[in-house]
Design a protein around this ligand. Structure first.
Ligand SMILES: *[C@@H]1O[C@H](CO)[C@@H](O)[C@H](O)[C@H]1NC(C)=O
Length: 361
């Protein structure tokens, strides 16, 4: 009786195995499906092409390429669907991808919506390298390369481009940005960057401008006055020592965070900082302010009225009768954040200082 049962069981299992298609037990079923739309793997190796099964977007990762001639050969292959979604060529800080130039024909007939070329040896980008992508490109991340000159003139033709991240290159100059779509511009970490005073006047949609750590020495009047949607201006870690009238005149209808931390600002002229919308924040930590003259600063405190919306930590302010106008006004004192603003490393919020000023001034 037991042996009959075992034979029966075996025959059941055998039947079951016969009924299964052989491929299922050998490989996962979805591998072939995700490659629809990509060229043959071997034609584009070492690039890897993948297709998002939900959106049908075709993406290429070419982080393993050994140079621009290889890149050119790969993009010269026949792409049945040349409208790629995203290109990634990304190395690491210690192991950058060894491509140096992008030429007019590097990408063949292919176009992209998003490009990330980061941590590579890239040092030259032809203005026509992305010509096929002008109508489609939305974001371009070319950070952490060795680019001294970027063809900023292409922006006028890239009508969907919202983001240009070119931080940590060796960029020497930014020419006028002509764009009605650009919202995020990051050129931080390009030490010694020069730019025209009118650089941003023709890019009115900018929301975020980052020029931190570029060794910037001065800000020309009205440099940021043309951005009505500005939310973030990052100028920290520069060499700015003096703010002239209208240098930071804003016309934005949105609250803006203005970061001037870690500069050498010693003097702020009257009307240097104007036009900030309610809710804006002014960061001036670690600068060289020695005084807060009422005729200059009271307007700024009225403008930024709020809770800790002005940060002056780590300055060299002489804290005596000169700041009576400030310590005597509770709204202004709320507006000033905590910090050691005074030249003797004390805080303007220090109760004994406030008592002293109230008694003696
Ligand atoms: C600006 O760039 C610096 C350096 O790249 C970075 O640390 C900082 O977070 C950036 N600021 C903003 C607002 O993104």
């Amino acid at each position: 009786m037991t042996s009959t049962f075992i034979i029966l069981l075996f025959s059941q299992v055998a039947l079951l195995l016969q009924g299964l298609p052989r491929a299922v037990s050998l490989q996962s079923p979805s591998v072939e499906a995700t490659k629809l739309g990509c060229p043959v793997d071997t034609d584009i190796a070492p690039c890897i092409c993948t297709v998002d099964s939900a959106t049908a977007e075709i993406n290429m990762d070419c982080s393993a390429v050994l140079g621009e001639s290889e890149l050119k050969r790969i993009f010269a292959t026949d792409f049945l669907f040349p409208d790629l979604h995203k290109l990634v060529i990304q190395g690491t800080e210690i192991d950058p991808v060894p491509i140096q130039t992008l030429e007019a024909d590097t990408f063949g007939k292919v176009s992209f919506n998003h490009v990330v070329i980061s941590n590579t040896d890239l040092r030259s980008v032809a203005s026509s390298a992305f010509a096929n992508s002008f109508p489609t490109i939305e974001t371009m991340d070319v950070s952490n390369n060795r680019i001294p000159f970027f063809p900023f003139e292409i922006l006028a033709q890239c009508e969907k481009l919202t983001t240009l991240d070119i931080r940590n290159n060796v960029l020497e100059h930014v020419s006028l940005l002509h764009s009605n779509s650009l919202r995020f511009f990051d050129a931080s970490g390009n030490v010694g960057l020069q730019y025209e005073d009118e650089v941003f006047q023709t890019a009115p949609m900018l929301e975020v401008i980052n020029l931190s750590n570029t060794n910037l020495g001065h800000i020309a009047p009205l440099t940021f006055a043309y951005q009505q949607r500005l939310t973030t201006l990052d100028l920290q870690g520069n060499s700015i020592d003096y703010l002239y009238a209208n240098a930071l005149k804003f016309m934005s209808s949105t609250p803006t965070t203005v970061n001037l931390d870690n500069n050498r600002i010693g003097t702020v002229e009257k009307d240097a900082i104007t036009g900030l919308a309610a809710g804006s924040i002014l960061q001036l930590k670690n600068n060289m302010l020695t005084d807060l003259p009422q005729d200059v600063w009271e307007d700024i405190f009225i403008l930024l009225q709020g809770t800790a919306t002005i940060e002056l930590d780590a300055n060299l302010i002489e804290c005596a009768c000169n700041i009576k106008w400030l310590v005597g006004n509770s709204v202004y004192m709320d507006t000033l954040g905590d910090g050691k603003e005074c030249d003797d490393m004390t805080s303007i919020h220090d109760p004994s200082l406030i008592n002293f000023i109230n008694q003696h001034c």
